[in-house]
Design a protein around this ligand. Structure first.
Ligand SMILES: Nc1ncnc2c1ncn2[C@@H]1O[C@H](COP(=O)(O)OP(=O)(O)O)[C@@H](O)[C@H]1O
Ligand SMILES: [Mg+2]
Length: 302
């Protein structure tokens, strides 16, 4: 698991960030940045580069490898530090708190500001990357796949989807985005998968979730990763989060994804609340109703 670098931020000096962003620059061209290139990328002299590399390596922000030359790259922690620095400079957040959720594809922390926020670091590509790395250890740099790139794209997509559908769809309010990180409103409530719903309420909650799916469609997006793990339930209603995989409704697979989203949600409720729902909901018809904006009038489960 990736460590939370927030605790180290106060110890880092401006020159440490010059080095980290120099490495970031260099990594656009090669996976391991030759040490000799670092003065140019970071605008620090050779001795300063050595000193900063040592400090950053001890803190786990960079790693080194000697192939034909000594190369360095940022770790995810180093990339996190750069994003945190940007958020602090923009006054987006004042500090990072406890973990809210640590998944395979992301690490989510509470962030402090004028009110509690959530800070999500995307990690897409990281697990894959380790497999790729084993195979490609010594291949030419031109083939390099940057896991930062994958994670940054995911954060961009998530922020863009949130900005488009908020506030019509009940999603965490998007606040800011930088590199592989997204800052958003912190949600209260519990994940649907852990919520103990009164069976009499279950159909009502399913309706609420499908209403959000429909509104998102009207706003031009299909979530494409809907499940009981990406919905929060509270006394205020439901909130749908985790949007990096969302696709515009004109995407060639949008219909397929919409139907899958509907199926995931419906099948969760039919499994968990079998007495409340028919076990033969016509999901394709339901998805068609959602596309037509007619879900509310159809109410497949009454
Ligand atoms: N805005 C938020 N407020 C509170 N908790 C959140 C928020 N966003 C995510 N989480 C927590 O972090 C976990 C992982 O976030 P999620 O966006 O689903 O990423 P992943 O792609 O890793 O599933 C969630 O299951 C949830 O518990
Ligand atoms: Mg999730």
């Amino acid at each position: 698991m990736v460590q939370n670098v927030a605790g180290q931020m106060a110890e880092l000096e401006p020159e440490d960030f010059y080095l980290l962003s120099g490495l970031e620059q260099g990594m656009r061209f090669s996976r391991w940045v030759a040490k000799g290139k670092l003065p140019e990328f970071s605008r620090l002299d050779g001795d300063e580069v050595d000193y900063r590399l040592d400090r950053c390596e001890r803190r786990g922000l960079v790693e080194r490898k000697t192939i034909q030359y000594t190369g360095f790259r940022l770790t995810f922690e180093g990339y996190d530090a750069l994003a945190l620095r940007t958020f602090a400079e923009r006054d987006t957040i004042e500090g990072v708190g406890a973990p809210l959720g640590v998944g395979k594809e992301s690490d989510v922390y509470e962030a402090r500001s004028y009110k509690p926020l959530a800070l999500k670091f995307h990690r897409e590509g990281y697990t894959n990357f380790r497999e790729v790395k084993r195979e490609r250890e010594y291949t030419a740099d031109k083939n390099h796949i940057s896991w930062f790139y994958t994670a940054r794209k995911a954060a961009e997509r998530e922020h863009e989807a949130l900005r488009t559908v908020y506030p019509q769809v009940s999603v965490p309010r998007p606040i800011d985005h930088n590199r592989h990180a997204v800052v958003m409103e912190k949600l209260e409530g519990v994940e649907l998968s852990k919520a103990k719903l009164d069976p009499a309420q279950a159909v009502g909650v399913l309706d609420l979730v499908l209403d959000e799916v429909q509104t998102a469609y009207e706003q031009g997006y299909v979530h494409a990763d809907m499940s009981e793990y990406n919905v929060f339930v509270s006394s205020e209603g439901v909130t749908v989060f985790d949007w990096p995989q969302a696709v515009p409704t004109d995407h060639e697979n949008a219909d397929e994804f919409l139907e899958r989203d509907c199926r995931n949600v419906v099948s969760y409720f039919t499994r968990k609340y079998p007495a409340e729902l028919p076990d033969d909901v016509d999901v394709p018809a339901l998805a068609a109703a959602v596309r037509a904006g007619e879900f509310e009038t159809v109410r497949a489960f009454d």
